[in-house]
Design a protein. Sequence first.
Length: 271
Amino acid sequence: MQQRLALIPPLRKRTKKGVLYMRSAAVETLLVEIATLSRDQLLERAEIRNRRAAGWVPSECLLHLLRASRSENSEAFFERLFSVLSARVKAALPRMTTGNETHGRIERTAERIHELAFDKFQDLLCGDRQAYDERLDFFEARFDLGVANLRRDAREKAYEEENRGASLDYDWDTGEPSPEVERARGAFDPFDPALINEEDYRSRLRAAIGGLPQEQIRIVEMISKGIPIDSIDKSAVSISKLLGRSEKTIRTHRDKAYDAIRAAMQDESQS
């Protein structure tokens, strides 16, 4: 097994500390196993969508196979794998969810985020098809986080393009910016639904939160439970009321906490 693992070329991209990015041991082992499969068997397993199902192939493996196929003459194999991987990327990106005209701007922005992020992913793959692109190494090491980064960058660009007005900026029940608008603005959300279901992400998030000052920990934990920072309804429970602090102070602590969490998790992913 060790000899076969040695045949898998290492990634080339390095972290800011000069350390090579690495695939997980599970991905490396699975790459060796699936190398013995026929193309039809491999494509059949690639179509499995349930991560917990027997035979499921992680996206890191599919991406490696896609990149490795640049040296082959079979465009058909590349196109089949690309179709499967593209479907996974698209499933992780925002899309229009309702036909409600009230939320039309939000939905158009979501559609634009989807378009920008997927186009960027396509560009990376097409470029790598011509010559090795180290930027894709991050995706081979941490595919879901790579897609989340694409989504974040696309949100920032989409918001700049949209330059939405203030009418959709607030949740009228709480007086807070709505989650949709915050995400469209590119604001960092440590509780991003696309990532929070991943055990590894939750573990790193808990560690990052644990390193915050105690008051920031309390604020972040209450936010994670859906408690609003403030509320127009004076009888409603809010973080501001529970802690006896002003709404502005709570938001300042939240923003500092989120900046610290983002920095800690980025450092960890590049270490």
